[in-house]
Design a protein around this ligand. Sequence first.
Ligand code: DGL
Length: 252
Amino acid sequence: MDPRPIGVMDSGLGGISVLRTLVKELPDESFFYLGDTQNAPYGDRPEAEILELTRNCVGKLVDMGVKAVCIACNTATSAAEEALRAALPIPVVGIEPALKPAALAGRPGKILVMATAATIRQEKFQRLNARYGENALLLPCPGLMEFVERLELDTPALNAHLDKLLAPFRGEPITSIVLGCTHYPFLNSAITRRFPHAVLYEGGMITTLKLKEKLTERDALGPGPGSVKFFTTGSEGTAAMEQLFALPDSDF
Ligand code: DGL
């Protein structure tokens, strides 16, 4: 057993979608969640900058004494997971767009992959796409995570932005949607309304199971009681994080 907390990071609030799964699956763990709100969004930045920002955040969590790190951000994982895993003595687990399970499910029709521009551009996703993306349509979504940051999960402005992003794919036989950014699961309702017959895929559960496996291997699971503490690099406080964390599933 290891009572130290698990560090979870994202550019902002999105990683809370992963944190919610982590807490459900690992109820005896303490979690420190760090949102790099001062530097969000990551998805429009060059790789070198994303690597540096992620390294800084993970460094902060390590200084706080965590026993493992979850990079709950697809964009940051693509840029930094490999380097951080090589550099740190503790487990580092990231997240990637769930294109593999979507492709293996073999539904007829197309798979729409929604992610940040940086995630789609980077080599990690390009490799995944070369292997599993035969039926994939790739949609970089600039501006979308900002709605979640403002807790606008189903407003007219959000719906107008989604319509604009999705316009090129109107008429495509989309039967699966990969939510390849950890912010997007909070937009489930708005996205599902546009594709009522599509199955939505997100990577949070796979990431959670990987982390659980690594802690189990090291006999480092937490003894309980579980807890969650929020931290931010910005000046706006943690109220929005707490609100999003506590939101019932039926609210998004
Ligand atoms: N939540 C992040 C992801 O999973 C990125 C959002 C951003 O900072 O652009 O990719």
